[in-house]
Design a protein around this ligand. Sequence first.
Ligand code: URA
Length: 184
Amino acid sequence: MTWETLESTCKNCSKCALANGRRNVVIGRGCKTADVLFVGEGPGENEDKQGIPFVGQAGELLDLALASIGYGEGDYYIANVVKCRPPQNRNPEPDECEACLPYLRAQFALIKPKIIVCLGSIAANNMIAKDIRITKARGTWVDKQGTLFMPTYHPAALLRDPSKKADMWEDLKKVYDKLKEIRA
Ligand code: URA
């Protein structure tokens, strides 16, 4: 699949009920040849308005963390498990994730990242294992067929509980160091 096909397929998608309430399909942002793919849950209100992922408060915090650690814009791409906003920002339902995951898999196939960072439990449960608990699994590498997965907190969790910040910074630094190691 090409990016053009993927984008037009997503924009015309009506595979689940989330399509009914969307203003925009939120596909992704960042470098399309990046070594790191960040995966969140689903678009919120600002993302739905702008058609770009992680542009609200949680996204600002993520961008700040990445820039302060040293990530450059060419290092990462950001997408979500579901590409349309769930009403009232509820968690996406399993059938909605199931319907949308082929698009994320297509993004993975196009980008070919070496590392996937799962932001929060919805991403980790859909991409690593159904029973993963973020508080336990965060900061630990999971190797799946040569791709390294790093589960960590969703940045929105840090807005609710700033005491989680140090842990998330540590996880993002671990990913950055691995990126350097892979490239060396
Ligand atoms: N939260 C997410 O999981 N994704 C976004 O794009 C914005 C907020």
